[in-house]
Write a protein of this length. Structure first.
Length: 328
């Protein structure tokens, strides 16, 4: 049985769909569903169990013999979250608790970190997972800090030779887009926001630049098609000798204007973009450039190509957003 936390979320539900092909009927989904529509992200899936986050550790203890691996994607993912105690309670402690459980039980452990840990990028985007390498980074918001705390603690435990899972992997996720993100409100991808406005006959809305080195809409991100994210996790689950902290992006930064053009092209619609001022409180904490250095994952043996922004956007728009069924 593969245990996936955050299973009803965006990346989690795409992973569950893919893992169902490899392990039919053997996926345990851990998440909080609340009263929104995220349950639809799992509506097509056959699940071995549905577990609430607070019941996860007892569930793992009861089912330890049947657990093959834990993939931990559950977290508060809003970069605007200001409640730091909440981030510690939901992002830091559960990840470290699962690390220690997997170490004791001898189970592989894969968890989601974030490219937000790189802050403004002044220290570069090298996924050096050593305590010294991580100490150079300066996250710009509390969400990024919560992910960085975990990365640093695990790095220290590994360096000191503390008990560790037989396989452990942290993935510094860059800007992932794709189906099943509809419940995310203001945190849904810019790709989806551009599509929704274009479908309503409105221009795409992008931020003006407040940095002399970037044009309006010229802010750069490493946009990753969710299928590529899922493919890497599946590969890791098949290659148990690979451990470490790895970037997960395409290795090529593209502008938000490029993204908007890709959406309009996929819709066969004329490009319409308007620029608005970035909120003043966001400007000091805004990343103008992110680009994953992918050398370490490649050196570990991952050879599959990553999908281009244009091809990923065409798939997203045509297979999901303009079809009769938006859900994977």
């Amino acid at each position: 049985m593969i245990v996936v936390t955050g299973a009803a979320g965006f990346i989690g539900s795409n992973l569950v769909a893919a893992l169902e092909e490899d392990h039919p009927g053997r996926i345990a989904a851990c998440d909080s569903f609340g009263s929104d529509e995220r349950w639809q992200n799992l509506a097509k899936r056959e699940l071995a169990a549905i577990v609430s986050p607070e019941a996860l550790l007892p569930f793992l203890e009861r089912n330890a013999d049947g657990v093959a691996a834990v993939v931990h994607l559950g977290a508060i993912s809003a970069t605007t979250e200001r409640d730091v105690d909440l981030l510690v309670a939901q992002n830091v402690r559960p990840t470290l608790d699962l690390w220690h459980w997997c170490a004791r039980a001898g189970k592989p452990f894969i968890y989601a970190s974030s490219a937000a840990t790189y802050g403004d990028g002044a220290a570069g985007f090298d996924d050096d997972g050593s305590p010294r390498g991580l100490a150079r980074l300066r996250p710009l918001n509390a969400y990024a800090w919560s992910k960085h705390v975990v990365d640093r603690r695990i790095a220290r435990l590994v360096e000191e030779g503390a008990p560790a899972p037989p396989q452990w992997v942290g993935l510094k996720l860059f800007n992932v887009f794709g189906p099943n993100e509809y419940h995310k409100g203001t945190m849904r991808s810019v790709a989806l926001q551009v599509f929704e406005r274009a479908a309503a006959g409105e221009p795409a809305r992008l931020f003006r630049s407040h940095h002399a080195g970037y044009d309006d809409g010229g802010q750069l991100r490493d946009f990753l098609w969710v299928e590529d994210c899922v493919a890497v996790i599946r590969w890791l689950l098949r290659h148990r000798s690979v451990s470490g902290l790895f970037n997960l992006g395409t290795g090529r930064a593209r502008s938000f204007a490029d993204l908007a053009h890709a959406v309009f092209a996929a819709m066969a619609a004329p490009v319409r973009i308007e620029y608005v001022d970035m909120p003043a409180d966001l400007r000091p904490r805004y990343q103008y450039f992110t680009e994953a250095k992918m050398d370490r994952l490649r050196a570990a043996g991952y050879t599959s190509p990553f999908t281009s922004l244009e091809d990923g956007m065409a798939e997203y728009v045509r297979r999901y957003l303009t079809s009769g069924d938006r859900f994977r």
